[in-house]
Design a protein around this ligand. Structure first.
Ligand code: ZN
Length: 339
């Protein structure tokens, strides 16, 4: 009997020990998991705080037409605290337009005609300012002395949807020549100076500094400056996705305000501006000097008369059927609100 009691007691003791070990094991598992969780790194993208500056990603090509952006990026005293400008460089208009249309960038300094086309295709873009005024020149090889001399020759533009093409149209029209009389081709801007010096093309018109390059280098000459063909010609615009303006109205206003002030600084075209430009594009000082003579950066408000003039030229050329209305596409409120 004593033996039986002892065996029962031993069984009970064994059961208690096993249970205790099991519970202990469970609790150890739980504790170690808790410890692992508490050691996990904090999430990388910490939520933005109300006072954090808003980053605005702006696309550009390395041309003097985008100079106000470079000045805005470089002059710290210009920068508003509530916006952080991030410039994104592109190698071609096509790549830049793709990034803008898909929302990879919030805006761009770009050919305004490309933005108008994207707007007609349903991309909600706003032209909030100009990139510059004037700043284009028709450059030709030495043996071309007048427009008629271009008959039967090859002439390059960067893109059919461009002010360069509009200026070509005006030059030909003023001289009673049609597109059938010359061969117009599209070339990437950096290739144009070499194409002219090698005789593959007789002339071109494109964003700067590629025109000034052949003139300053003595390979070519200026046939027309843009102001001779269309006074106050508009070319590049500062374009923003409307969703950015609506989501961050204060940051959008600060960015545009800084941009307009940068344009006024750029207009000085002094040594500081030269140094800034050389950080963003490769250009010899004498080429830059000539290039900057052709362009202006003050008064970057896109006026209705200038926009409508461009739209009517584009319709006349068959580049666009129904251009966006000024009231729908151009938003001058950010420029107008600058104190
Ligand atoms: Zn331009």
């Amino acid at each position: 009997m004593k033996t039986r009691k002892f065996l029962i007691l031993l069984s009970l003791l064994t059961l208690m020990v096993v249970t205790a070990v099991s519970l202990s094991a469970c609790s150890t598992d739980k504790d170690s998991k808790k410890e692992t969780e508490s050691q996990s790194p904090a999430p990388v993208d910490a939520p933005a705080q109300p006072n954090d500056p808003v980053t605005v990603k702006i696309g550009y090509l390395p041309i003097t037409h985008a100079l106000p952006l470079f000045v805005e990026d470089e002059i710290k005293a210009l920068k508003s605290e509530n916006v952080n400008l991030e410039l994104v460089k592109f190698g071609s208009w096509t790549e830049l337009v793709d990034a803008l249309n898909t929302g990879n960038i919030d805006g761009a300094s770009m050919l305004i005609e490309l933005a108008m086309k994207a707007k007609t295709q349903g991309i909600d873009l706003k032209a909030v300012a100009l990139g510059h005024r004037d700043g284009n020149a028709v450059v030709v090889s030495k043996e071309i002395n007048k427009v008629e001399d271009l008959k039967g020759k090859t002439f390059a533009i960067p893109h059919s949807l461009s002010t360069h093409n509009v200026l070509l149209h005006l030059m030909l029209k003023n001289n009673g020549i049609t597109y059938d009389d010359i061969e117009v081709i599209e070339l990437p801007p950096p290739e144009m100076p070499a194409a002219l010096s090698e005789g593959r093309i007789a002339g071109y018109i494109v964003a700067e500094p590629f025109g000034a390059k052949v003139v300053a280098g003595g390979v070519g000459k200026t046939l027309y400056e843009s102001g001779d063909l269309w006074d106050n010609a508009v070319c590049c615009g500062l374009i923003l996705r409307n969703e950015f303006i609506e989501k961050y109205p204060d940051a959008a206003a600060a960015f545009v305000s800084d941009y307009i002030k940068a344009g006024e600084m750029a207009e000085a075209k002094d040594a500081t501006i030269g140094e800034i430009t050389s950080k963003y594009l490769k250009v010899d000082p004498e080429v830059l000097e000539l290039s900057l003579k052709w362009i202006s950066y003050d008064n970057l408000r896109l006026e209705e008369a200038d926009y409508n003039q461009l739209a009517s030229y584009m319709i006349e050329m068959g580049l666009i059927e129904n251009p966006p209305a000024y009231s729908d596409f151009v938003d001058t409120s950010l420029v107008d609100s600058i104190k």
